[in-house]
Design a protein around this ligand. Structure first.
Ligand code: SF4
Length: 287
């Protein structure tokens, strides 16, 4: 897989957008027809939506030693009756957090989720796309296109750096998911590939550089579930800033992907999914 700049250069050379780039790549590299790609995307979106729906409806304890109560259903009910604390955020940001938590809790419960790019970060992309779809009444085809852009960004990060918490820390999971969602939302709302989509992905990933992977008791629950909410809301912020500002970044997405990879290699093993450092080793947890 090419670097982000190489992808953009290829799009400009061929006079195509990022969505068309992925369709052509799927065809030439994997022999997948457009209709096959579309059917796969529809299935992924359906599974993402089902995971959020199940998460919003389920109550009770998540499995494992932390005895963590599910929160998405309760948060959603409180949001619907407009309890005052939700007024601190826009309704869209609050809902994005709730949807992300719903999907992440489904993952923690062993339910079916779509890796985007990983199970631990599975709530970020669907939460952002669902909120934008609800607000802007996006068509199924627009959601497909947004998923293609998200997948392209994820593939670029995976092949030029990593999407594994065990390899580079959580910057490779929540950081990558946030970049995927930011770029996808930016594209969905009409952002230009080089000046806005690239910038949205760059900005989203940049602010997660160095993020440690330190799941308490080795369970993908604390901090992972809330981290999906944080990654989703910051993705919307990155997309919004890129759309408003219209380009002119000082740091390229290539540079951030490279920095993420180098930072990940420098991270001590305690911060790479071993549950031996950071929050996982904090005193007083569970008091
Ligand atoms: S803290 Fe680790 S396990 Fe949890 S979401 Fe981040 S990378 Fe995944």
């Amino acid at each position: 897989m090419s670097t982000p700049r190489m992808v953009l250069a290829e799009c400009e050379r061929a006079g195509i957008d990022l969505v068309e780039y992925v369709y052509r790549l799927e065809e030439t590299r994997h022999g997948h027809s457009r209709s096959a790609v579309d059917a796969h995307l529809d299935e992924m979106w359906s599974l993402m939506t089902q995971a959020m729906e199940r998460g919003l409806a389920a109550a009770g304890m998540l499995p494992g030693s932390l005895h963590l109560e599910r929160r998405a259903r309760d948060l959603y009910l409180r949001f619907q009756v407009k309890l005052p604390h939700f007024h601190i955020l826009s309704p869209e940001a609050a809902l994005t957090s709730i949807y992300a938590i719903a999907a992440a809790e489904e993952n923690a419960a062993g339910g079916a989720v779509v890796t985007a790019p990983t199970c631990g970060s599975c709530g970020v992309v669907p939460a952002c796309l669902r909120v934008v779809q609800e607000k802007m009444a996006c068509s199924d085809d627009e959601i497909r296109q947004a998923l293609l852009v998200a997948s392209l960004i994820g593939a670029v990060i995976a092949t030029n750096a990593s999407i594994s918490g065990a390899e580079v820390g959580c910057q490779g999971e929540i950081g990558a998911a946030s970049a995927m969602a930011a770029g996808a939302v930016c594209s969905l709302l009409g952002g230009s590939p080089r000046d806005q989509v690239d910038r949205a992905a760059e900005s989203a990933l940049e602010h997660y550089l160095g993020l440690t992977c330190d799941p308490v008791d080795g369970l993908v629950q604390i901090p992972c579930i809330e981290r999906n909410a944080a990654g989703a809301v910051s993705a919307l912020n990155a997309a919004s800033l890129a759309l408003i500002s219209g380009g002119g970044d000082r740091v390229s997405f290539d540079a951030v992907v490279d920095a993420m990879w180098r930072t990940g290699r420098d991270l001590d093993a305690r911060y790479k999914e071993t549950a031996c450092g950071g929050l996982a080793a904090a005193k007083g947890l569970g008091d």
